[in-house]
Write a protein that binds this ligand. Structure first.
Ligand code: TTP
Ligand code: MG
Length: 351
């Protein structure tokens, strides 16, 4: 059976939430953020404003731009709504970010008149639940679904039925259209004279491997051909539940601790909703100097009590030698046990 994969991605997510809650922002050039642009409204993007630039730079490009502080709780609420909706449809769902994920709908789609119909319904449901629009792509694998959803942003929809359709679409596009081809690699490729997808098609795998090593050769060689075998990791949530967040500007201790609590709240909410208990807690940290470390704690008995879990997170945090210059924080609940399968419901409370 051919796989049918759907990718969804909310349009200008944080900015759209702000417009929804304050319609005066509609058609206004604004950014969400304080010193750094987290995201720009579509109106602001017309001036070349984009995420990751400083607000000062944004003001130079667009002097009348408005600056709106981020309200993470609201974005998480919207994200939770969307997750609830997805989980009603299928367990084969893999979340990539608050506003983005993959669904394996290979079987589900058989119950619908068409892929278009399904996508339309899904977009409609997301809008009803959150007041937000998204773009949806349907493909024969994750890669094609991802590119399909990007194709007609905002509020877009596109299908790639097969590798032929995918290749026709990417042929004339810059190589950066292939996920994983970042700025640096793009420059390296450009130096060798390769700018568009069509430029690298004649290259052999061996040639790419000689230049870029096995992993990158594989990404590029198969990527430009629309070949990608990875499954939607629908079980991931059942073996572990967690979140991580990277920061463009390194965080100091206090701020990092606040973010950690935020991530904890978000992950805990998912643990609670899935009615799971956990026997392991994992903390992941990346520092400004790219040094990465992980810490974990194993419990004898499965736990679900919120503040006890937070206490354990705090123990791991306090034991760190370095708590500043943090570029990434991640938290996961592992070794999950279903609540219903766990008879000894000690210290148990789903608040
Ligand atoms: P994206 O989906 O990359 O961007 P977007 O939804 O704003 O715009 P698009 O219509 O092009 O999809 O990111 C989703 C949200 O995540 C975005 O609104 C802000 C936030 N974000 C971060 O917190 N850190 C980041 O590095 C990026 C790129 C986005
Ligand atoms: Mg988005």
């Amino acid at each position: 059976m051919q796989r049918v994969i759907l990718h969804y991605d909310l349009d200008a997510f944080y900015a759209s939430v702000e417009i929804r809650d304050n319609p005066k922002l509609k058609d206004v050039a604004f950014v969400v953020g304080e010193t750094v642009v987290i995201t720009a409204s579509y109106e602001a993007r017309k001036y070349g404003v984009h995420s990751a630039m400083s607000v000062l730079e944004a003001k130079k490009l667009c002097p009348h731009i408005k600056v709106v502080p981020a309200r993470k709780e609201k974005y998480k609420e919207a994200s939770e709504e969307i997750h609830r909706l997805m989980e009603k449809l299928t367990t084969k769902v893999e979340y990539i970010a608050l506003d983005e994920g993959y669904l394996d709908i290979s079987e589900l789609i058989l119950h619908y008149p068409s892929k278009e119909y399904f996508a339309k319904k899904l977009k409609q449901r997301i809008f009803e639940k959150t007041g937000l629009t998204c773009s949806v792509g349907i493909g024969y694998n994750k890669l094609s679904a991802k590119l399909a959803s990007d194709r007609n942003k905002p509020n877009g929809f596109c299908i790639f039925e097969n590798e032929r359709e995918f290749q026709d679409y990417v042929l004339e596009k810059p190589l950066s259209i292939i996920p994983g081809v970042g700025k640096k690699w793009k420059e390296q490729l450009q130096k060798r004279g390769y700018v568009f997808v069509k430029d690298v098609l004649p290259l052999s795998y061996q040639q790419l491997e000689a230049w870029f090593g096995n992993a990158r050769a594989s990404l590029l060689y198969y990527g430009v051909r629309g070949i990608h075998e990875k499954e939607v990791d629908g079980n991931r949530e059942y073996t572990s539940i967690g979140n991580e967040q990277s920061f463009r500007q390194a965080l100091e201790e206090e701020e990092a601790k606040r973010e950690l609590r935020d991530i904890f709240e978000h992950s805990y909410e998912r643990l609670r909703r899935k009615k799971m208990l956990c026997r392991m807690l994992g903390l992941k940290i990346k520092y400004q100097n790219f040094h990465m470390l992980t810490r974990s704690k194993h419990f004898l008995l499965p736990m679900s009590e919120k503040e006890l879990l937070w206490q354990e997170v705090e123990f791991l945090w306090e034991a760190l030698e370095q708590k500043q210059n943090i570029r990434l924080l991640g938290l996961s609940f592992g070794k999950l046990v279903k609540q219903e399968n766990y008879a000894l419901q000690l210290s148990f409370s789903w608040k």
